[in-house]
Design a protein. Structure first.
Length: 228
């Protein structure tokens, strides 16, 4: 029964794609007239270039030794990120965005762990705040949220598998729509919100009533990630 429910969810996602595509055409035609302020545009440009770690170093007030270590970690994981590209880029140059974001998450966590080895407590806090604000996050639930859901809801093995599958289907559907919402954060939020509704509807069939109420409480503050 649960397999059937997940299949229905996947089919519903597939049917949502054309309806959202229609909205994207109108939104894209009016995008030039609905741009945000100059500061917002500048923020988007900065995101495209990547985090401004030089500015962060100033804020962290690094010692000479810390700055040397900081630069070494950045360079190490820049190379790791470049090497990872082959794992999510097909022969035709097309990017598997689900895998890309998974790899980016891995690199971010590894880099943060190495930074924490030589930064003090306040510096680590500032670093983590900077990373959270200036790097793109996965559209699906993070590993931390997934672990919390499974732990707090005390999900059984079947429920845990379904949660993983539904969250993965959500991520894939959102990434597959990238060409439609690309460059339009408002439209990206519409896609995310619509797919999130379907994710919640699917999980309502997986969890008990009590579990579902707790699940909604856990994810209530999760909002669409910034898209470009």
């Amino acid at each position: 029964m649960k397999i059937f429910q997940f299949t229905v969810f996947a089919v519903m996602i597939a049917f949502l794609m054309p309806s959202c595509k229609g909205k994207s055409t109108n939104a894209e035609n009016s995008a030039a007239g609905t741009e945000k302020t100059d500061s917002t545009n500048m923020n988007r440009q900065n995101m495209r270039r990547g985090p401004d770690y030089d500015a962060l170093k100033q804020e962290l007030a690094l010692s000479a030794e810390q700055e040397k270590q900081f630069d070494g970690v950045l360079e190490k994981y820049r190379r790791v990120g470049e090497a990872n590209r082959a794992s999510y880029t097909g022969a035709d140059g097309k990017i598997d965005r689900v895998t890309m974001f998974e790899k980016m998450d891995e690199v971010r966590k590894q880099q943060s762990s190495e930074m924490a080895a030589f930064l003090n407590e306040d510096q680590v806090r500032l670093y983590e705040e900077f990373v959270a604000k200036n790097t793109r996050r996965r559209p699906g639930y993070s590993d931390e949220i997934m672990t919390r859901i499974k732990t707090d809801l005390k999900t059984d093995e079947s429920q845990s598998r379904m949660l993983d599958a539904v969250n993965k289907a959500f991520e894939k559907s959102f990434h597959d729509a990238h060409d439609f919402y690309h460059g339009n954060p408002d439209l990206a939020s519409e896609y995310w919100t619509k797919y999130d509704e379907e994710r919640k509807n699917a999980l309502k069939q997986v969890f008990t009533e009590e579990q579902y109420v707790l699940y909604l409480e856990i994810v209530k503050d999760i909002t669409p990630p910034n898209r470009r």
